[in-house]
Design a binder for this molecule. Structure first.
Ligand code: NI
Length: 259
């Protein structure tokens, strides 16, 4: 197997107990490359440490809408720190996860938007793609992306099954990344959304330790489970597991500029 998990959080406390034994096991059991995503300043630092220590791990740098500080000044300081962190590691492949979350966070929409836009500027400055988190904020997300060009494009991580978002995302030449919910029985329009995305535009991810796919819902997720998302896409697109695995692998290498 040659799995590419395009988004997970191996730095999460849920991996504290067995991270050191789990990481080599992931690689032995088919995870060829994984991207451990930043979501806060501290989370970004931990993701970078993991990338430095393990050949097959890459990192992203970013402040998620649920982790932004309370003021503009603190936000700017944190973004400056991300820029400094970028210089410390050659395996940073995107700015993310960044975006808008009006589900968990309705109080500070203006600062969320500012954080999103400022980090798009950071991505352009560093010549990186972005990895987007968007929840209950489809219209604002699309508007920001239309008004703030991302030079190296980006990825909708853990794609919500929203037709409008996927349509607009594809128009912008972005990639769509499918996660555990793709396999949930109540994700009724997952097949329709999967079929909207061309073969050269999808990625697969676990977002582990969260969002375990069927048949492991409710348990701790890990990057090996990305195989269940591949299985689902193969079933919907009428392709073999290997074909989908290879497409997801090549697509991820392309957007992240991994040789
Ligand atoms: Ni995530």
């Amino acid at each position: 197997m040659k799995l590419f998990d395009s988004h997970c959080h191996l730095d999460d406390v849920k991996f504290d107990e067995d991270r050191d034994t789990l990481i080599p096991k992931l690689h032995e059991e088919g995870v060829d490359i994984l991207v451990s995503a930043g979501y806060s300043l501290e989370g970004t630092k931990r993701a970078i440490e993991l990338a430095k220590k393990n050949d097959f791990i890459y990192a992203t740098i970013g402040i998620s809408p649920n982790d932004i500080p309370e003021t503009k000044n603190e936000l700017q300081e944190q973004i400056n720190e991300l820029k400094d962190l970028y210089k410390t590691c050659e395996k940073i492949v995107a700015v993310g996860e960044i975006g808008l979350d009006y589900h968990w966070n309705t109080e500070n929409k203006e600062l969320q938007k500012e954080a999103f836009i400022e980090q798009i500027k950071l991505a352009n400055e560093l010549n990186l793609p972005i990895q987007i988190h968007t929840r209950d904020a489809v219209m604002d997300t699309i508007e920001i992306l239309k008004n703030n060009k991302v030079n190296k494009k980006g990825i909708f991580h853990c794609c919500p099954f929203n037709r409008e978002l996927v349509k607009e995302g594809l128009k912008l030449d972005f990639y769509i990344s499918f996660a555990g919910p793709t396999t949930f029985k109540n994700s009724k329009n997952a097949p329709e959304i999967i079929n909207m995305v061309p073969d050269d535009r999808f990625l697969v991810e676990t977002d582990s330790p969260y969002l375990s796919p069927e048949p492991f819902r409710g348990r701790r997720n890990d990057p090996r489970n990305v195989r269940y998302i591949i299985e689902k896409i193969a079933e919907v697109k009428g392709k073999t597991f290997e074909e989908i695995q290879d497409m997801a692998y090549e697509n991820a290498k392309r957007i992240f500029s991994i040789e």
